[in-house]
Design a protein around this ligand. Structure first.
Ligand SMILES: *[C@@H]1O[C@H](CO)[C@@H](O)[C@H](O)[C@H]1NC(C)=O
Ligand SMILES: *[C@@H]1O[C@H](CO)[C@@H](O)[C@H](O)[C@H]1NC(C)=O
Ligand SMILES: *[C@@H]1O[C@H](CO)[C@@H](O)[C@H](O)[C@H]1NC(C)=O
Ligand SMILES: *[C@@H]1O[C@H](CO)[C@@H](O)[C@H](O)[C@H]1NC(C)=O
Ligand SMILES: *[C@@H]1O[C@H](CO)[C@@H](O)[C@H](O)[C@H]1NC(C)=O
Ligand SMILES: *[C@@H]1O[C@H](CO)[C@@H](O)[C@H](O)[C@H]1NC(C)=O
Ligand SMILES: *[C@@H]1O[C@H](CO)[C@@H](O)[C@H](O)[C@H]1NC(C)=O
Ligand SMILES: *[C@@H]1O[C@H](CO)[C@@H](O)[C@H](O)[C@H]1NC(C)=O
Ligand SMILES: *[C@@H]1O[C@H](CO)[C@@H](O)[C@H](O)[C@H]1NC(C)=O
Ligand SMILES: *[C@@H]1O[C@H](CO)[C@@H](O)[C@H](O)[C@H]1NC(C)=O
Ligand SMILES: *[C@@H]1O[C@H](CO)[C@@H](O)[C@H](O)[C@H]1NC(C)=O
Length: 842
């Protein structure tokens, strides 16, 4: 067993915690009101409070306090919200409303007190409500009108007393002063009888437009004369009478003048009202314009005199009656409008209906057994509108034979039926203006020009009729057509070709959901007056400017749910200035930055675009489902910059690589120069001279240079690439390390071959640069035989004349050879470091 003391301690802790909650947070937790529109509309429902909640400012116009625990209202209860226009106090557990509770609510139009079991209502409870138009006292435990303190509410237009326990319809005198009252409802009360004088207050004053609702009462008797001289806009008496009391009660309506009388039952509360002969006879004494009979199961059996007393009404509506035949039509009938909704005819009762000679509008709808249309309407010269929609009609030879001498027929609605075969014969109804065949399977249209004779038709709806447009002349003859709706059909090859040739007055064209894949160039050429085009939900890949160019009057274009990737600049340009609404949502947009101008356009034209939230990127895949209007354009700018810079870097790298490839030697040589600078101190003297020569001159070098120099006295030590270069080391390294760095001099054997060889030129260039860097080594140039002097001058340049350089020409004559040797050994002997061996040899 839980200890009894435990609970209060826990509660105390919670309360303590609440007390120490920081005050802003507490305000948040306890803020009971929802601000529906800023400063004016507040919803504070389900509160346990008294008084107007603190969060409601004095600017509030609409206040919903329903489901709160107010219990009672005291005087000036709403003083803090003087601007109130609507106050909802439904289910507030109110039992008391004291005097002056609503004082000074001068602007209050609507007061709702539904579902409060009011026990005490002060005589001055509603004082101050000088503008009140609507007072709802539904389910407030009212038992009579006399104690209702509303006599001063002269501005009242609607008083709803539904779901109370009012037993008498005796209207207090003050009703005579409520000259604005338009709607008075006693729906679901306990009125059992209506007596003479009860409605006297309505007789005074010239009230012409009051709707009086007495449905769902339990009326046993209406005293004859109770309604005499009364004028009403509407009297509703559904399920209003006690069983079997309807006939006598209706007699009591004698003398009533009413625009619309509603009799019948409610679906869920059917009472027995046998339509025995004469049950509606009382209505013969009632002057009415419209008679409505709803949901009377009893009417199935004996309905013959249903119209007997309604014949003078101009409108009759029979709803959910289950009658299988049209009752007898009185000869004097003045019925102009007749509607049978949810009746049980199997055949369109055209013959009998033709007796309503003044009929202008006929509607037979939602009749689930109505299949046949074999009879003919005849001689209804006033008939303008026939609505046979939402039945199960199946018939052929539509639509001329069914209408004999009905020359004024303008509207024909055969929509939502089963199957209709059109022959193209409209001779009897050639004045038709509106023809609606939507959602009915059609045979004829599409294959051949069935509408040829409907030259005046301005509205044609063949949406969802399983029509396949094959004939180019499908719409031929419809020269006045302004509206063509044909959604949910198909075109041959899923292609719009020249199908709308002569429809030059067309204003609205709906070809949505037609599986279209292609639109031919000249399709819309004639449609210069078109204002609305709905081509949504097809499979179009492009919006080709040439196709849509002729539509210069367009105001609304719905291109949603196609497979468009982008609206190109050229397409956007041909959109006419008149366009106010463009829907391109749910296409397969490509949000690549390539289409940046399109994305920018989307941002600029937000007011034009419809269903923006459904405009999502489809490609590239990492952008999927990104909303187009909120697409971050800057991401594109950054990307272009990135792309540009990386391209530039890449180019640089390529150029660099190319340069390196091309000037490889020069670069290496440059490196060597640098390292040469660094290492010049380490220069060795292994060789007296490094010989650069062309391989073709090797024989001369060996015979005339190496043998005499190395074998002479003193012996000189030469560096020769074919003999002294280290194997396995790159040639360039050898040239530098072995050749230049280890030799004191450089001997260049210059021949025609030397001048042609790249390697020789390279080595010679290095030698020259070396000389510049080192500043001391000389180059000994030995020119062999016939060398192109011009080329030689160009190649050797100034080096020939530099002081440290030696320029020798080799000639085969002995005397010249002698001079040559003297000069050569002279140069080589300069600065030679003699080692001991060599000195001894001397
Ligand atoms: C609501 O009222 C506050 C103060 O009274 C004011 O500053 C604000 O502009 C008002 N807001 C609107 C939408 O009227
Ligand atoms: C409402 O508040 C009162 C005190 O003001 C309290 O006694 C009552 O229990 C509360 N009712 C509910 C349902 O919270
Ligand atoms: C509403 O309250 C403000 C102060 O909060 C005051 O200045 C203003 O006059 C009040 N308006 C009305 C209509 O009472
Ligand atoms: C309705 O009012 C009567 C008194 O007029 C009272 O006896 C009865 O309890 C009330 N009904 C409800 C549901 O409050
Ligand atoms: C109707 O209004 C008039 C003046 O406005 C007044 O004299 C008369 O007493 C009112 N009648 C009732 C029944 O309230
Ligand atoms: C009568 O009231 C209804 C609404 O209740 C309104 O539509 C109609 O125009 C009114 N007729 C006249 C003649 O005032
Ligand atoms: C119909 O109106 C005519 C006069 O217009 C009248 O003689 C006849 O009694 C009325 N019939 C019914 C059923 O109200
Ligand atoms: C034809 O009837 C259907 C169904 O009742 C309705 O939706 C449609 O608007 C009607 N057509 C015309 C042209 O009134
Ligand atoms: C095209 O329409 C015009 C009138 O708008 C009409 O004179 C002409 O005969 C029509 N041509 C065709 C082929 O229907
Ligand atoms: C175009 O047709 C589709 C249905 O096919 C519809 O949902 C859409 O609202 C229509 N667009 C316009 C602008 O009326
Ligand atoms: C995009 O949204 C659709 C539907 O909401 C969803 O099926 C799809 O997986 C989403 N794609 C991505 C990449 O989020």
């Amino acid at each position: 067993m839980p200890r009894r003391g435990a609970l209060p301690v826990g509660t105390l802790l919670v309360l303590l915690q609440l007390a120490f909650v920081p005050s802003p947070l507490a305000g948040c937790l306890l803020d009971p009101c929802l601000e529906v529109t800023p400063n004016t509309t507040f919803r504070c429902t389900g509160l346990n409070i008294s008084g107007v909640p603190d969060g409601v400012p004095n600017t509030t116009q609409n206040l919903d306090l329903s489901f709160s625990n107010l219990k009672s209202l005291g005087s000036n209860y709403f003083a803090s919200v003087p601007e109130l226009q609507l106050l909802d106090l439904s289910r507030c557990h109110l039992h008391t409303i004291e005097d002056n509770s609503f004082m000074d609510l001068h602007r209050l139009f609507t007061l709702i007190l539904t579902a409060n079991s009011l026990q005490h209502l002060g005589k001055a409870a509603f004082y101050g409500l000088t503008s009140l138009k609507k007072l709802v006292l539904v389910e407030t435990n009212r038992t009579s009108l006399s104690e209702l303190p509303i006599g001063h509410l002269h501005t009242l237009q609607e008083l709803n007393l539904g779901h109370n326990s009012i037993t008498s319809l005796k209207l207090p005198e003050y009703f005579a002063n409520m000259t604005s009252l338009r709607h008075l409802s006693f729906f679901s009360n306990k009125i059992t009888s209506i007596s003479r004088g009860d409605l006297d207050a309505l007789r005074e004053g010239n009230r012409l437009n009051l709707t009086l609702v007495l449905s769902l009462n339990n009326i046993k008797s209406i005293e004859p004369g109770a309604f005499a001289g009364i004028q009403l806009a509407e009297l509703a008496l559904r399920s209003a009478f006690e069983n079997y009391k309807m006939q006598t009660c209706l007699q009591g309506l004698a003398g009533l003048q009413v625009s619309r009388l509603i009799l019948g039952e409610f679906d869920d509360s059917e009472r027995l009202q046998d339509f025995e002969r004469g049950i509606l006879n009382g209505l013969c004494q009632v002057q009415m314009e419209e008679f409505v009979l709803i949901c009377s199961s009893g009417a199935e059996d004996d309905t013959d005199n249903l119209f007997h007393c309604a014949g003078n009404a101009s409108t009759i509506r029979l709803v959910d009656l289950g009658i299988e035949e049209i009752p007898q039509v009185p000869a004097w009938s003045k019925v102009k409008q007749l509607e049978c909704k949810k009746c049980s005819f199997e055949d369109v009762p055209a013959q009998k209906l033709s007796l309503f000679k003044e009929l202008r509008v006929l509607r037979i709808t939602q009749n689930h057994v109505l299949k046949n249309f074999e009879q003919e309407f005849e001689g209804l010269s006033d008939l303008e509108v026939i609505d046979l929609s939402e039945n199960r009609l199946t018939f052929s030879r539509c639509c001329s034979p069914q209408f004999l001498n009905c020359p004024n027929l303008k509207h024909l609605n055969l929509s939502f039926n089963s199957e209709i075969r059109l022959t193209g014969d409209f001779t009897n109804v050639k004045n038709l203006l509106y023809l609606d065949l939507q959602h009915t399977t059609l045979f004829g249209p599409g294959s051949y020009p069935v509408f040829l004779s409907l030259q005046r038709l301005i509205y044609l709806d063949i949406s969802h009729t399983k029509t396949e447009v094959k004939s180019q002349c499908t719409f031929c003859g419809l020269n006045s057509l302004q509206v063509l709706k044909m959604a949910g059909n198909s075109f041959e090859n899923n292609k719009l070709a020249n199908n709308f040739k002569n429809l030059s007055h067309l204003h609205i064209l709906d070809i949505s959901s037609c599986k279209l894949e292609h639109v031919d160039q000249s399709t819309f050429d004639a449609l210069s007056e078109l204002k609305e085009l709905n081509i949504s939900n097809n499979k179009l890949l492009t919006f080709s400017p040439a196709v849509y160019q002729p539509l210069q009057a367009l105001r609304v274009l719905d291109f949603s749910r196609n497979q468009l990737t982008v609206l190109l600049d050229s397409a956007r340009e041909i959109l006419p200035d008149s366009l106010v609404l463009l829907d391109i949502s749910q296409n397969l947009f490509d949000c690549s930055c390539v289409y940046l101008d399109f994305l920018e356009w989307i941002k600029e034209r937000q007011e034009l675009l419809q269903n923006k939230e459904l405009m999502l990127c489809h490609a590239p895949s990492y952008m999927a489902n990104v909303s187009l209007p909120s697409f971050d354009l800057s991401s594109c700018h950054v990307n272009t910059a990135k792309v540009a810079s990386s391209v530039v870097v890449l180019l640089c790298v390529v150029v660099l690589l190319l340069l390196i490839y091309k000037y490889y030697f020069q670069l290496y040589y440059f490196m060597v120069l640098l390292s040469g600078c660094k290492h010049s101190a380490e220069r060795g003297d292994t060789y007296d001279a490094f010989v650069i020569h062309s391989s073709k001159d090797q024989e001369w070098v060996t015979k005339e240079l190496v043998e005499p120099l190395e074998g002479g006295a003193p012996p000189f030590h030469l560096c020769l690439y074919y003999r002294d270069f280290l194997p396995g080391v790159p040639i360039v390294t050898n040239i530098i390390q072995e050749g230049f760095l280890s030799s004191r001099n450089v001997i260049a054997v210059i021949s025609a071959d030397f001048l042609e060889s790249k390697w020789c030129s390279f080595e010679f260039d290095i030698a020259q640069s070396w000389q510049l860097v080192e500043g001391k080594t000389g180059i000994i140039m030995i020119v062999l035989g016939d060398v192109d002097k011009a080329l030689l001058r160009q190649r050797l340049g100034l080096s020939r004349y530099l002081r440290r350089n030696t320029y020798l020409e080799w000639k085969d004559k002995e005397i010249n050879k002698h001079i040559f040797w003297r000069q050569l050994t002279g140069v080589l002997l300069k600065d030679k470091n003699w080692n001991h061996e060599e000195v001894n040899l001397m």
